[in-house]
Design a binder for this molecule. Structure first.
Ligand SMILES: Cc1cc2nc3c(=O)[nH]c(=O)nc-3n(C[C@H](O)[C@H](O)[C@H](O)COP(=O)(O)OP(=O)(O)OC[C@H]3O[C@@H](n4cnc5c(N)ncnc54)[C@H](O)[C@@H]3O)c2cc1C
Ligand code: FES
Ligand code: FES
Length: 498
């Protein structure tokens, strides 16, 4: 690889450094916990990131390496070597076997938040991440935070009560019982020191009978290795790749992990662009993007669940290019460009031109998505995005639509429209845009443009929706954009309010 490599996977767990030589590239954290460590508090429900029974918390150093960030993630689809340099916290770590209980656990007991108990460790860990990161106050924030945990028997009200109660309880001694905002304890300081030592800048490169896991920290080393070994599978958050292993039983021999490449994990905001590194997670992206485009809040709130958003990257969503991926319609409508890199060479293209056909994109062997460049908001820009799915939380879109327009003196000066779920790729509605541009932004023009949408798309029927439904929804969402933009009467159907 050229740069110094480290063949041993190292992370912090139970207060000790775990060292694993020859770590297999796609063994999941959950498999390691339950099968290798006999730590069975963490459960397996769906093995695909939906139910939250497998929730663990990963603590990692913040950018300045001065404090720890605590993120709940789904251990069933997280590959073990991604823990390198981090701390793994499981339900067994929260309180000593002989008690007292952690405030999160005590609150669940007090509020009767558990019946059969199968989901409970997962809820405990999600609540623990909230406890350490700042407990949400509004009911809707608690609902959002729990969107990645399913319970079949208790019902959610007692669990939501526990989320409110946990911060009011007396806290026993112990690092994990210190809530968000408490002074850094000696134990936490010691964990920070240990993680600093583990993050020694060297790239991880494990080899095993099951394949290799390369995790460079330097972007040039990453680009060089991928150009030389384009058969490697890039791994980002693993929220697509993980399911290929746990559900499709695919063998992935040689993994190239992008998550440790420092230069791909930042967001640079200039006067004109929000420049996002490919390895930025959705949780991180939302903190910045929604400041410019608050109209996208509902879309991203319904983008998977918090633990998936804690792992999934924007680069992974864009590179995977699923026709039902939810960020692409909005980003295409905003005029996003992507910077691609192959070895030393880079090229920048419009996001929509990355997608050629169903599961075919313009990435060449050894080429990867380096950055995603989203234009800053223009004054008076009208923006909207709508996700239609059968369930509110954690569901796949039947149709996802996004609009960006500029109307001056009643005429449409700029319009970009993109849809997901209605073609083999995320796609711009070029004919429809042509029917609107430089025309009066009024009911008659918009209704005429709705008919033109049939030229842009010939939707399919599948288990999520019929072709008829999709065609109707595609047209009506354009009308909804017009109605809301002109104040004709905004509907609250998908507006999140409780
Ligand atoms: C429970 C669940 C809910 C979900 N909900 C949604 C949802 O609501 N909306 C939605 O759009 N998606 C959803 N997804 C799908 C998934 O989370 C996204 O597609 C996600 O953005 C993938 O990103 P990742 O970082 O996890 O990519 P990975 O799984 O690591 O990689 C995905 C693909 O991209 C490639 N890749 C990754 N990064 C790069 C790069 N920089 N350059 C080139 N290739 C790269 C990988 O090789 C792989 O082929 C969901 C998934 C799960 C499991
Ligand atoms: S086991 Fe269901 S989310 Fe992991
Ligand atoms: S308590 Fe039984 S599934 Fe939640």
């Amino acid at each position: 690889m050229g740069d110094a490599v480290n063949p041993t996977l190292r992370f912090l767990h139970d207060g000790n450094i775990v060292e694993i030589d020859h770590a297999a590239p796609t063994r999941t954290v959950l498999q390691w916990l339950r099968e290798d460590r006999m730590r069975c508090g963490t459960k397996e429900g769906c093995a695909e990131g939906d139910c939250g029974a497998c929730m663990v918390v990963v603590a990692s150093l913040n950018e300045e390496a001065t404090t720890l960030d605590y993120r709940a993630i789904n251990s069933c689809i997280q590959f073990l070597p991604t823990l390198h340099g981090k701390e793994l916290i499981t339900v067994e770590n929260l309180s000593p076997a002989a008690g007292p209980l952690h405030p999160v656990q005590q609150a669940l007991v007090d509020c009767h938040g558990s019946q059969c108990g199968f989901c409970t460790p997962g809820f405990v860990m999600t609540l623990f991440a909230m406890y350490k990161s700042g407990a949400p106050e509004a009911r809707s924030d608690i609902d959002d935070a729990l969107a990645g945990n399913l319970c079949r028997c208790t019902g959610y009200r007692p669990i939501i009560d526990a989320a409110r109660r946990m911060v009011t309880l007396e806290r026993p001694a112990g690092r994990h019982a210190q809530p968000h905002g408490a002074a850094t304890s000696d134990e936490e300081r010691s964990a920070i020191e240990t993680l600093r030592a583990l993050n020694d800048e060297r790239s991880l490169h494990t080899e095993s009978r099951k394949g290799t896991f390369a995790a460079p920290t330097d972007v040039d080393a990453f680009a060089r290795l991928y150009a030389a070994e384009p058969h490697r599978r890039i791994l980002a958050g693993g929220t697509d790749v993980g399911l290929w292993v746990t559900k499709d039983y695919r063998d992935i021999d040689d993994v190239l992990y992008i998550g440790n490449v420092e230069a791909l994990r930042d967001i640079a905001v200039t006067d004109t662009v929000i420049d996002v590194g490919a390895a930025v997670t959705f949780t991180e992206l939302m903190r910045v993007l929604l400041d410019d485009y608050p109209e996208l809040t509902d879309l991203f709130r319904r983008w998977a669940s918090p633990p998936i958003r804690n792992a999934a990257t924007l680069g992974g969503n864009i590179a995977n290019g699923s026709p039902i991926g939810d960020s692409m319609p909005a980003l295409i409508a905003l005029g996003t460009r992507v910077l691609l890199r192959h070895d030393h060479d880079t090229r920048e293209i419009d996001l929509e031109s990355l997608y050629i056909d169903y599961q075919v994109n313009d990435l060449q062997p050894g080429e990867f998505v380096k950055r995603i460049r989203i234009p800053r908001r223009r004054p008076d820009q009208l923006v909207a995005s709508y996700k239609l799915s059968k369930r509110f939380d954690q569901d796949i879109s039947a149709v996802c639509a996004a609009f960006s327009a500029q109307v001056e003196d009643g005429r449409t000066q700029h319009i970009r429209i993109a849809y997901g779920g209605v073609a083999g790729v995320p796609k711009r509605a070029l004919a429809t845009e042509a029917a609107l541009i430089d025309k009066s932004f009024d009911e008659a023009t918009v209704r005429a443009a709705m008919a033109v949408l049939d030229e842009d798309f010939s939707p399919l029927t599948d288990m999520r929706a019929s072709a008829d439904y999709r065609a109707t929804a595609t047209r009506n969402l354009l009308y909804r954009f017009f109605a809301e933009a002109t104040g004709l009467g905004a509907t609250d159907v998908y507006t999140y309010a409780r």
